[in-house]
Design a protein around this ligand. Structure first.
Ligand code: ATP
Ligand code: MG
Length: 466
């Protein structure tokens, strides 16, 4: 049972599930890798009375077949025990409800010695020595779980303290992502505050909702006899419109390409993410696509949901329907990558570069001779020079270094063109005015300046002063 295969961050997240199900508004996680290492999780949820706590310590404290409240993150009646014992040999649960404090402890040494599953009731002295105990006493109600004797966490390590610190390093980001909809207080719910060693865990929104270049697509509802599954695809802004922080959030260590895909939530709690479930290959063109999938807990027995609640696949019925939806959002992602920088919906403008599909499945890029700047220059040339200009533009298009650009784009590096650089855009506007004879307002409406709508007033101001 100890070898269910929890990572330490997944085990802690399982306890956070319990705290959230108990309507906690604040969760404090504290750990220490010193001489007496521990991990403690305190919440200010509804707490448990003594009989309730005794039952909670049972393996299988609830029948997995029971119908659960739609907001309950639990299912098996196992998590508290399996998650704790996956990391430690001794865990104590102290809970406060109606002014009364109760405590129980599973200690594998005691169990081994007595050859009996006997839960220990710690005395007041033992309780007083527990970390975060005084904080629990100050709460109106709440629950504290303390893991001690962390044998599994440091198993086989030469330097246990260092091992514990290393193993716990992904915890902060894991919680930030997995519970982001709870810590953001989505849908008017109170935002749940999670702290790790007194540092507040932020809500890591994998869809970068704060960035206005994000392209939300129409949501879809998959209707099923068990309930509704909501599918909300999002196309992230092109990499050139992300700041370093946002790239980190969107891609983390794996890069954008690795984190594309479905983000599947069970009751708003992220369960699986960054995968297409092999319905389509991870493709460079999908790298900006994230699809939020919301599945209620009434589907639980249709998943191959394991005790850790980290399933490999959502229910089959849902998977099949998701597959049908993929082509709908793939197209937008492709357009965002090939023509970055436009806000929602294509505008009526003449692009400088044109993507042409001469035959199905083949493509090429050409400089558009209908573009006002090209047209203006061309009109001033002799017919022979016009022909030469066309030939030159044709050459530029034909010799685009696709492989090299593809390699650059895949590595999430920024292109250093004038995107977003005010001085460069002002210069570009001046050049275009000379070239075309247009006024400021007119050149701002042609490609590529039209893509930087948010800078238009600044460009204009610079030009009028200049
Ligand atoms: N922090 C908490 N506050 C209040 N009650 C709790 C808390 N943690 C656990 N409980 C109670 O203990 C029970 C057992 O928890 P446990 O995590 O073992 O199972 P579960 O949450 O019901 O299901 P799962 O195995 O899917 O997590 C819960 O059903 C809940 O009633
Ligand atoms: Mg649980």
């Amino acid at each position: 049972m100890r070898a269910v295969g929890y990572s330490v961050e997944a085990a802690i997240a399982d306890l956070v599930d319990n705290s959230i199900s108990a309507s906690a508004a604040r969760i404090d996680i504290k750990y220490d890798a010193s001489d007496f290492p521990f991990i403690a999780i305190l919440d200010n949820g509804r707490g448990m009375g003594p009989a309730e706590l005794t039952n909670a310590m049972r393996l299988g404290s609830q029948d997995p077949g029971n119908e659960r409240h739609p907001d309950d993150l639990g299912r098996f009646g196992l998590g508290l025990k399996t998650a704790s014992l996956s990391q430690c040999r001794c865990f104590t649960v102290v809970s406060k409800k109606s002014g009364m404090i109760s405590a129980r402890c599973w200690d594998l040494d005691t169990i081994e010695r007595l050859h009996e599953w006997r839960v220990v009731v710690p005395d007041s002295e033992q309780l007083a020595s527990l970390p975060l105990m005084t904080k629990l006493e100050q709460c109106e109600s709440g629950t504290l779980v303390v893991w001690q004797d962390l044998d599994r966490l440091v198993a086989g390590a030469r330097n246990p303290q260092q091992e514990m610190t290393t193993k716990l390093s992904p915890l902060f980001e894991h919680l930030a992502l997995v519970f982001h909809r709870y810590s953001a207080g989505e849908g008017g719910n109170t935002a749940i505050e999670i702290y790790v060693n007194s540092r507040k865990v932020p809500a890591r929104d994998p869809y970068l909702r704060g960035n206005s270049f994000r392209q939300p697509l129409e949501g879809q509802v998959i209707r099923h006899e068990r309930g509704d599954v909501l599918v909300t695809p999002v196309i992230l802004p092109p990499v050139s419109h992300l700041n370093a922080d946002e790239i980190e959030v969107a891609g983390g260590r794996d890069g954008l390409r690795g984190t594309q895909g479905f983000y599947v939530y069970r009751n708003r709690r992220l369960v699986i993410w960054g995968t297409w479930f092999r319905l389509v290959p991870k493709d460079e063109f999908y790298k900006l696509t994230r699809v939020q999938v919301d599945i209620p807990n009434s589907f639980d027995d249709l998943w191959a949901l394991d005790i850790k609640k980290s399933a490999a696949y959502p229910p089959d019925a849902i998977r099949a329907r998701l597959k049908d939806l993929i082509p709908h959002f793939a197209g937008v992602s492709r357009r965002t990558i090939t023509h970055p920088g436009r806000k929602t919906g294509p505008k009526d403008f003449t692009a400088l570069w044109q993507r042409i599909e001469p035959t199905h499945g083949a493509f090429r890029y050409e400089i558009n001779s209908e573009h006002p700047a090209v047209k203006a220059l061309s009109s001033r040339l002799t017919p022979a020079d016009q022909g030469s200009l066309q030939a030159l533009l044709g050459l530029v298009g034909d010799s685009l270094p696709f492989e090299s650009i593809y390699a650059d784009m895949s590595s999430d590096t920024h292109s250093s063109n004038s995107a977003g650089n005010l001085a460069a855009l002002v210069e570009m506007a001046e050049e275009l005015m000379t070239l075309t004879g247009f006024d400021v307002d007119q050149v701002l409406q042609i490609d590529p300046l039209i893509r930087y709508e948010h800078l238009h007033s600044k460009i204009k101001a610079e030009l009028t002063i200049g």
